[in-house]
Ligand binder design. Structure first.
Ligand SMILES: NC(=O)c1ccc[n+]([C@@H]2O[C@H](COP(=O)([O-])OP(=O)(O)OC[C@H]3O[C@@H](n4cnc5c(N)ncnc54)[C@H](O)[C@@H]3O)[C@@H](O)[C@H]2O)c1
Length: 483
């Protein structure tokens, strides 16, 4: 392979070669903490076309390989990633403002994800169905059901886990026999490029994964509507996701979108545990997580005690620079910080009490706790993607369920109670993909199924489900000669 050595802007990988764009345009990456970073190439439409057609060609050979052969590439990729752990973690830290220790964890988790995916792929054994088990069927018919690749997967990832959420699309796609066109988020593209460099070092066949860089708003539509894209696997905001799914027409989509995950705290809850989980679930990485706790619904009787407990625990949050491993760091952009400030201001205007926070230095928003939030405030419904938690006091369980379900989102929900039976009953009522009983909302471990309903997504991921979602069943019917 050629070396990735351009200083001003990273090259992209197209059909086995690291290249600069003929557009001679590059895109600057603005570091949230003001660190110096290179940019990425603004690819032209014809380069994007070459990425898709190159992937289409490479996929044919790859699909002929056995699961065990495909797994070898993934094992080697995981090894290379770990060798590059420090370099990638430093890039994540600078590019998206994540604390160094968390960035390192992201790389290690990604290597684990890739290795597990290789193992899981080897266990896709297919199925044999006997026709005689259907009343009017025949015992002389057998269906052999195998999983075949869909073809070329377009993987579009968000900024917040630029390595993990990208590999969570690429690895299952590859083990399933697909090729991938990978478009990272602009902030996240440097970490994404290094991750692909590791894959290239691991022996990636030419064209099997092509890297496309450029602004989503400029090349996104061209990519999504490209006739040789066979499946779109997107993680990002709900509005972008909805627009992608409309434009994709008959092309299957997997969408992991926004959330407004509630922590529902019942009167018998262990308040200390609930408060600790709300603080880490709501404020870590400044709340820039799809599964961050984004609202608290607490029964009136326990609200004062819970709010006081959360406030106490917020004192231990480290606020500042990603280089110092702070929990709360500057938000990804000034636009993102303005949005969060707007939500806080709207809540205060409408009568919410600031228990803690509401202080801003540049893009750094101090962890903010708002009490007395009511359903006429924007913060009750909108996803801040920042370090602010609204507390809504409810009369009873029914009101908590009703407010939880009124949201357009349905990613996850937490229920804190000692009554398991009640937790399970409430869980059944909640319109979300996953319910966490006595734990914060979070993704993973990565082999658990992961999905959102309503505006939070379409399709299921989580290692095995991800492989299944990016392959399709192929049925071969054997009609045996009658004896
Ligand atoms: N459900 C999940 O698993 C999950 C995980 C992480 C983040 N998210 C969500 O992602 C959002 C934050 O991430 P973000 O700010 O990077 O999201 P975003 O929607 O701004 O961008 C996501 C990706 O889409 C690309 N994009 C933008 N416009 C496009 C277009 N017109 N066509 C094609 N691609 C386009 C971007 O370049 C980026 O790669 C939050 O809403 C968060 O909840 C969801």
């Amino acid at each position: 392979m050629n070396k990735v050595e351009v200083i001003n802007a990273y090259p992209f990988l197209l059909n086995g070669e690291w290249k600069d764009s003929t557009s001679e345009r590059t895109i600057e990456i603005e570091s949230p903490s003001g660190a110096e970073t290179p940019g990425v190439q603004a690819m032209t439409e014809s380069e994007v076309n070459a990425a898709v057609t190159g992937a289409k060609d490479a996929q044919k050979n790859w699909a002929r390989k056995s699961f065990a052969e495909r797994a070898q590439l993934l094992y080697a990729w995981a090894d290379e990633l770990l060798l590059m752990k420090d370099e990638i973690a430093e890039t994540i830290m600078k590019e998206v403002g994540k604390g160094f220790a968390s960035a390192e964890k992201e790389v290690v988790r990604t290597a684990d994800f890739i290795t597990y995916t290789a193992e899981e792929g080897k266990r896709l054994h297919g199925e044999l169905i006997n026709g005689g088990s259907f009343n009017s069927g025949s015992a002389n018919k057998f269906a052999l059901v195998n999983r075949n690749p869909v073809g070329v997967v377009l993987a579009i990832s968000p900024f917040n886990y630029p390595v993990n959420l990208a590999a969570a699309k690429i690895a299952p796609a590859l083990i399933g026999g697909n090729a991938v066109v990978f478009k990272p988020a602009t902030q996240g593209a440097l970490s994404g490029t290094l991750m692909i460099k590791a894959l290239d070092m691991a022996g990636l066949p030419s064209g099997l994964v092509n890297l496309v860089t450029g602004k989503g708003s400029e090349i996104g539509d061209h990519l999504i509507t490209h006739p040789q894209i066979d499946l779109i696997n997107f993680t990002g905001g709900s509005e972008t996701g909805k627009s992608i799914s409309q434009k994709a027409a008959m092309v299957p989509v997997i969408l992991e979108l926004g959330g407004k995950d509630p922590a529902i705290v019942l009167e018998d809850a262990d308040l200390d545990k609930a408060a600790a989980d709300i603080v880490s679930g709501g404020y870590s990485y400044s709340g820039q997580r799809c599964t961050a706790i984004k609202r608290v619904l607490v029964q009136d009787e326990k609200a004062d005690a819970l709010v006081a407990n959360i406030k106490d625990k917020m004192d231990s949050l480290k606020i500042g620079a990603p280089e110092d491993n702070a929990d709360v760091t500057p938000l990804i952009s000034s636009k993102a910080a303005d949005y969060v400030t707007g939500l806080i201001d709207n809540a205060i205007e409408k009568g919410a009490n600031v228990v803690s926070g509401n202080h801003r230095e540049g893009n750094l928003i101090y962890p903010t706790l708002l009490d007395g939030v009511t359903t006429d405030m924007k913060i009750a419904w909108e996803e801040p993607f920042g370090p602010v938690i609204p507390v809504l006091r409810v009369k009873n369980v029914d009101e908590a369920i009703s407010i939880a379900n009124e949201s357009e989102y349905g990613l996850q929900a937490s229920i804190f109670t000692k009554n398991m039976e009640q937790a399970i009953q409430i869980g059944h009522e909640l319109e979300v993909g996953s319910v966490q009983v006595n734990g914060k909302t979070e993704r993973g471990p990565d082999h658990f199924p992961f999905l959102g309903v309503k505006s939070s997504g379409v399709g299921v991921q989580g290692i095995r489900k991800g492989i299944e979602s990016m392959t399709r069943e192929k049925v071969t019917v054997l009609n045996m000669t009658q004896g």
